[in-house]
Design a protein around this ligand. Structure first.
Ligand code: ZN
Length: 280
């Protein structure tokens, strides 16, 4: 297991921890594939009933890696989520669509279908691409210091790739979050129905594990079928097809940025996004 993700067994619970605290757990592809390996291990281990996803350090995750020294967008990994060609030797929209179909939308969908209950344990920042990681989990427990935002409209992009916003927040709150790009608190997220529980920061791990252990008392197959039933209902509410159409608009935005400015992120990077967020 790569050191960018830690894997621990705590009784019936697999604790999977993103481990790049020096970069606020910014998610590069190395981390994506290490997470996938960890989840696969948890699915294959008959002793594991529930999976907890956490982030090491002060923050759950700052989102996709758009500026650390470990940024690896030009690196090849063996596709796991979609049957598509590798992005590395392609150009323009061909490259972006291949990469984001695999490492963002495809991986998130793959993890949403993990046949064991998953719980995100969120503290500090949970920004943009990090929302995708929390949202694919079945439940979210957040500490009282957690904050959330999807500020990518500042890049001219209509939300992150896994476009669950209208389903997890409701349409009106989704628009507020996207239109303003502003941070919202754990309390606000809970009022909008995005969170299951808010706990004191010091109790986050114990409270999340306690919830996981409670769920672990249920039969494995029953949990898997129940998860599937709820996920299917969510898809019948249009989530899957809605996300597919939003993904097309997302790539129109990337292509537009590249066409008019030469950069698919509209010249923004991690620092400029953070500064704009602070100023707002
Ligand atoms: Zn994108």
């Amino acid at each position: 297991m790569s050191d960018v993700v830690r894997y621990e067994r705590r009784g019936p619970v697999a604790l999977v921890t993103m481990n790049r605290p020096e970069y606020r757990n910014a998610q590069n592809s190395a981390m994506t594939y290490a997470l996938d390996e960890a989840f696969t291990r948890a699915v294959d281990d008959a002793e594991v009933k529930v999976i907890v996803l956490a982030g090491a350090g002060k923050h759950f995750s700052a989102g996709h890696d758009i500026g650390t020294p470990g940024r690896d967008v030009d690196k090849s990994f063996e596709n796991k989520a979609v049957l598509w060609w590798d992005h590395v030797d392609k150009e323009g929209g061909d490259q972006r669509f291949a990469r984001e179909s695999e490492v963002y939308l495809g991986m998130c969908r793959r993890w949403r279908e993990i046949p064991k209950p998953t719980i995100a344990s969120v503290q500090g920042a949970c920004i943009a691409g990090a929302l995708m990681l929390a949202w694919v989990c079945d439940m979210i427990v957040a500490s009282d210091d957690a904050f959330f935002a999807d500020p990518v409209v500042r890049m001219g992009i209509p939300g992150v790739e896994y476009f669950a916003h209208p389903w997890v927040l409701g349409p009106r709150a989704a628009k507020e979050v996207l239109f303003t790009g502003e941070r919202f608190s754990a309390q606000q997220a809970k009022e909008w129905g995005m969170l299951n529980r808010i706990v004191p920061r010091a109790d986050l791990e114990t409270e999340t594990l306690a919830l996981a252990e409670k769920i672990a008392e249920m039969p494995r197959f029953g949990l898997a079928l129940t998860k599937k039933a709820v996920n299917q209902a969510e898809d019948l509410m249009g989530m899957r097809s809605g996300m597919d159409s939003a993904f097309g608009l997302h790539h129109l935005a990337h292509a537009h940025n590249a066409e008019v400015g030469g950069d698919s992120l509209a010249g923004q990077n991690a620092r400029s996004m953070r500064d704009a967020n602070k100023a707002s």
